[in-house]
Design a protein. Structure first.
Length: 474
């Protein structure tokens, strides 16, 4: 996958490092439930070890440039131990799903050790139905949601019989740890490559000046629209307050067919439906807190993939962030969906995503201190109230050591002063919501999960009624 020793972090990936604090952890992951019993631990380790050559980054750790003169780099970890990263745990009887989610919350309350490769995997036994869980946890600087789906397809199999490795596993030989001079040299080489890339773009523009002028005009308009949008701050809500290091986690499962039914009946997109049901759940939660929702529209940070096809099999982040509407002021669920759909169409027709991409490319050349400040601004509470990220997953079953994967609940991260993040992922006909909340600020996290279920059920009933009416008229 082109992951090399002494690779420089991208500007976006480095931004996730800059944004991490003692209470705002920048790791993401998933809770995977698979049919049991779990494989023997030694077999699981052997299976992962046989595929680590496909993801070299999993054997690499961070190395800082001398005197913070450049972005951090990935270097081989000579002390890498797979047994350290893949851990075992078990639930106390009866092993309920609620107990599993509490375990997830505890695991995601702990920061990853930056002196080691930035990932962990936990095997949790003892679920009451005989199944087991895999809890994956990786730093956002290492992997984003889109590349994470690709990674899952590397670590999992398409058939019950585990695939044979594409070549015999050889003893891994890490590159020697670089000294400060080598780190400085590698950093300079990375900067030169970035400059050459920009120069190549300039030469290409000179070859087709008319097209270059159109692209420059579009980029300028995108930056202008993005700047205008950021001048409109997100409203002040109970979601945005100082948070601690401890977490709560709630999983909500649905059939993907239900959301598609709603989408088809009312001419929206699945993402429109997701933002609508999240709006409905937050409306109920805010009102239970005594917050007036009249005229209140929350802002969701909605990550948009800008990963090009050539980068489909690379780790690291290729994302731009847009602010999606959450119209909690709308009481009627169908009108709420129409409001979201209209706003998202307008957002897609705008050039804000292009502006965000241009801004990300400009940050690639920023000095580390400027980059750190820009990263903090990007996650300001002035810009958004919570993260809502939707990642399409494979619509076919996957297997780990012959055990079928039954469910996956994605886990996002909490930025500073943000008490809630909602991640959504579809898999094999289901679409599951993972709700991550600050332990103190979001004591009613389960109620928001129930609100999502109620909002989906409400729209499904309306969609079926719409279908019955249409059929009767025909």
């Amino acid at each position: 996958m082109g992951q090399q020793h002494l690779d420089r972090l991208t500007a976006i990936d480095a931004g996730f490092l800059h944004n991490e604090g003692s209470s705002s952890h920048m790791h993401i992951g998933a809770v995977i439930i698979a049919e049991g019993p779990p494989p023997p631990h030694a077999d699981l380790l052997d299976g992962i070890r046989s595929r680590l050559h496909l993801v070299p980054r999993y054997r690499q750790k961070l190395a800082l440039a001398p005197a913070h003169s450049g972005r951090p780099m990935w270097v081989d970890d000579p002390s890498f131990s797979l047994e350290y990263h893949v851990r075992q745990s078990a639930l106390p009887r009866p092993g309920s799903e609620e107990q599993l989610m509490r375990t997830v919350a505890r695991i995601f309350s702990q920061r990853l050790d930056r002196s080691k490769p930035l990932w962990e995997m936990w095997v949790v036994e003892g679920l009451q139905d005989g199944s087991f869980a895999l809890i994956s946890k990786s730093h956002h600087a290492l992997i984003d949601g889109v590349s994470g789906v690709d990674l899952a397809q590397v670590l999992f199999d398409l058939e019950p019989q585990p695939a044979e490795p594409d070549h015999p596993e050889k003893a891994w030989q890490p590159a020697p740890e670089p000294n400060p001079a080598e780190l400085a040299g590698a950093g300079m080489a990375g900067a030169v490559r970035a400059s050459l890339k920009m120069t190549a773009g300039t030469l290409a523009a000179m070859a087709d000046p008319r097209r270059a002028l159109q692209e420059a005009r579009g980029a300028a308009e995108g930056l202008g629209e993005l700047a205008w949008a950021t001048l409109n701050p997100a409203p002040s809500t109970p979601l945005n307050q100082p948070i601690g290091p401890h977490r709560r986690f709630v999983g909500v499962r649905h059939d993907l067919a239900d959301l598609k039914l709603i989408k088809d009946a009312f001419q929206g997109t699945v993402n429109d439906v997701i933002l609508t049901v999240v709006s409905g759940a937050l409306r109920g939660w805010l009102r239970s807190r005594g917050v007036r929702t009249q005229g209140l529209e929350l802002r969701a940070l909605v990550p948009v993939s800008i990963r090009v096809q050539d980068g489909a099999n690379t780790l690291g982040n290729r994302i731009a962030a847009m602010r999606g509407p959450l119209p909690v002021y709308v009481e009627d669920p169908l009108q709420r969906l129409r409001t979201v759909s209209a706003a998202m169409r307008e957002l897609k027709d705008s050039k804000q995503a292009l502006g965000a991409e241009v801004l990300a490319s400009v940050q690639s050349f920023a000095p580390p201190t400027v980059l750190a400040q820009a990263a903090r601004i990007n996650f300001s509470t002035r810009l958004f109230n919570l993260i809502v990220t939707n990642v399409p997953g494979p619509q076919f079953p996957l297997y780990v050591q012959g055990r079928r994967m039954l469910d996956v609940f994605p886990v996002a991260f909490l930025a500073r002063d943000h008490g809630l993040a909602i991640a959504i992922m579809s898999y094999d006909g289901r679409i599951n919501f993972g709700l991550l909340g600050d332990y103190d600020a979001m004591a009613e996290l389960a109620a928001i999960g129930e609100g999502i279920e109620a909002s989906v059920a409400e729209l499904v009933a309306l969609a079926r009624r719409q279908g019955s009416t249409t059929a009767a008229s025909v």
